[in-house]
Design a protein around this ligand. Structure first.
Ligand code: CTP
Length: 409
C-alpha cells in the first residue's frame, strides 16, 4: 500500500480499541499509522485488554495506553479531556456493538467511552461483531444515527467469523482502514473541485395522500441522495436538496434543504431551482401515481365491500428537467431495475435526455433501498460503462461526484 499522499504525516491519531477478537489486529493498525508518519496513542476498554496487551500497544505506539479512567499513572487528572484535545482524528478498531451503542446514546462509563463522548473531530468506527449482532435493529439504528451525525464507518466485510459462522461482521483489514482514513483526510483537506457550482439533488420517497391519515409511499430511505449532498457540499458545491419524508439530517452549511411530501411538491421545487443549477442528480424514488381524490378526513370502511382507489399519473420530474436542460447543464438519473437492467436503464437515459444514469439492481445483495451500502453501474450517453463494487453509500457518492465533475465545464 502506498501512503505517498503524506496525509498522515505529523497527525495525532487516537486508536480506540474495544473488546472483540479483532482487537488482535489493532497493533498492526497502530504500526501502519506510525509507519505513515503519524503519532499514535491508544485508548482501550477493559475488555479489549483481554485480547491485546498494554505492553504490545505501548511498544508499537511508543506511548502510554489509556485504559483506566482513574489510574494514578495517567498524565493528567482528566486524561480523556487532554487526550481529545491532543488528537486530530480518532479511529476505533474494532468497534463492538457495545461501544457503538454507548456513543450513540451518550454513555460515558469508562476510559474509551468517556473519550469518545467528548471527541468532536473526524472519527472512524470499524464495526466488528457476529452477523446477527450487526443486523440487530438497535445496532443498525445506532450506526445510522452516528452516521447522520458525521461519524465515518469503515464497513465490516463478509467471511469466516470467530464464532464459527460465515457472514458480515469481520473488521476491515488494517491496510484498508488506513486507506479510508487517508481518503477522508485528503477530502477534508479541501478537494474543492465543485467550488462555484450549484447542484440540485432529489432524495427519499414521496408520500401520496389518500386521506387525513393514510398515504401511498415506498421504502426509500434517502441515504443515497443525502450522501451525494454531503459529498458535493464538502467539495465546495452549493447544494439544493429537495427531499421527501426521511429521518436523516443534513450537516454541511452548503446544503439548502427543502422538505416536501408529494411528487407534485417535489416537481414544483425541482423545476423552480433547476434553471439556476449547473447540474441535477435525481435520486428520489418518486411515486409514479397518486390517488385521484384526497379526502381531508379519515375514510371509513364501507361495510363488507372492497375498495377501489383510482390513481392518476404524477409528473415525471426527471423527464421534465431533461426537456428544460440548457447547453452546459448536466442531468443525472437513477434507475432501480429488477430485470433487463442495462437495457431499461439505457432507454431511460435516452428518453429523459440524461448525461448519465446510475443503475441499481435489486438482484445485488446489500444494494438499493434502506442499506448503507450500494452497488451501482454508471452508464454514459456515449456508451461508456463503469461497473462499481459493493461499497458504502458515501463511497458511491464520491464516485458519482467524480464522474459528474469530469462532465462539467
Ligand atoms: N423520476 C422522477 N419523477 C418521476 C419518476 C421518476 O424524477 N415521477 C426519476 C427518479 O428520481 C429516477 C429516475 O426518474 O432518477 C428513474 O425512475 P424510475 O421510477 O425507475 O423510472 P420510470 O421512468 O418511472 O420507469 P418505470 O417505473 O417504468 O421503471
Amino acid at each position: 500500500m502506498n501512503y505517498s499522499v503524506d496525509a498522515l504525516k505529523g497527525k495525532h491519531i487516537i486508536v480506540g480499541i474495544s473488546g472483540g477478537i479483532a482487537a488482535y489486529k489493532a497493533p498492526l493498525l497502530v504500526r501502519l499509522l506510525v509507519k505513515a508518519g503519524a503519532e499514535v496513542r491508544c485508548a482501550t476498554t477493559e475488555h479489549a485488554l483481554q485480547f491485546v496487551t498494554t505492553l504490545t500497544l505501548e511498544t508499537v505506539s511508543n506511548n502510554a495506553v489509556y485504559s483506566d479512567l482513574f489510574a494514578p499513572h495517567n498524565e493528567h487528572s482528566t486524561e480523556h479531556i487532554s487526550l481529545k484535545d491532543w488528537g486530530d482524528m480518532m479511529v476505533v478498531a474494532p468497534a463492538t456493538a457495545n461501544i457503538i451503542g454507548k456513543l450513540a446514546n451518550g454513555i460515558a462509563d469508562d476510559a474509551l467511552s468517556t473519550l469518545l463522548v467528548s471527541f468532536r473531530k473526524p472519527l472512524f468506527l470499524c464495526p466488528a461483531m457476529n452477523t446477527q449482532m450487526l443486523e440487530c435493529h438497535s445496532v443498525q439504528r445506532n450506526i445510522d444515527y452516528l452516521r447522520s451525525q458525521g461519524v465515518h464507518f469503515v464497513e465490516s466485510t463478509s467471511g469466516a467469523l470467530a464464532c464459527g459462522t460465515e457472514g458480515k461482521g469481520r473488521m476491515e483489514e488494517p491496510e484498508n482502514i488506513v486507506a479510508q482514513m487517508v481518503d477522508q483526510l485528503n477530502h477534508d483537506d479541501g478537494q474543492q473541485d465543485y467550488d462555484g457550482k450549484r447542484v440540485l439533488i432529489t432524495a427519499g420517497p414521496t408520500y401520496e395522500r389518500i386521506d387525513a391519515v393514510r398515504f401511498i409511499g415506498n421504502y426509500s430511505s434517502g441515504k443515497m441522495g443525502f450522501a451525494l449532498a454531503e459529498e458535493l457540499a464538502g467539495r465546495g458545491a452549493k447544494v439544493v436538496l429537495v427531499t421527501g419524508p426521511t429521518h436523516l439530517t443534513t450537516h454541511h452549511t452548503n446544503i439548502e434543504r427543502i422538505d416536501i411530501e408529494s411528487a407534485e411538491e417535489m416537481y414544483r421545487a425541482a423545476t423552480g431551482h433547476f434553471a439556476q443549477c449547473d447540474a441535477a442528480i435525481l435520486s428520489a424514488a418518486v411515486a409514479d401515481y397518486r390517488p385521484a381524490e384526497r379526502a381531508d378526513y379519515k375514510l371509513k370502511k364501507q361495510g363488507d365491500s372492497d375498495m377501489t382507489l383510482r390513481l392518476v399519473q404524477n409528473p415525471d420530474i426527471l423527464a421534465t428537467l431533461g426537456q428544460q436542460k440548457q447547453q452546459g447543464q448536466r442531468l443525472v438519473g437513477f434507475a432501480l431495475e429488477t430485470n433487463d437492467e442495462e437495457q431499461n436503464a439505457l432507454k431511460k437515459l435516452e428518453k429523459k435526455n440524461l448525461d448519465f444514469i446510475v443503475l441499481n439492481s435489486l438482484q445485488d445483495a446489500g444494494a438499493g433501498f434502506g442499506h448503507n451500502t450500494n452497488k451501482v453501474t454508471i452508464l454514459d450517453r456515449d456508451g461508456g460503462k463503469t461497473v462499481g463494487t459493493l461499497k458504502s453509500k458515501a463511497a458511491v457518492a464520491k464516485d458519482i461526484a467524480d464522474h459528474l465533475r469530469s462532465l462539467l465545464d
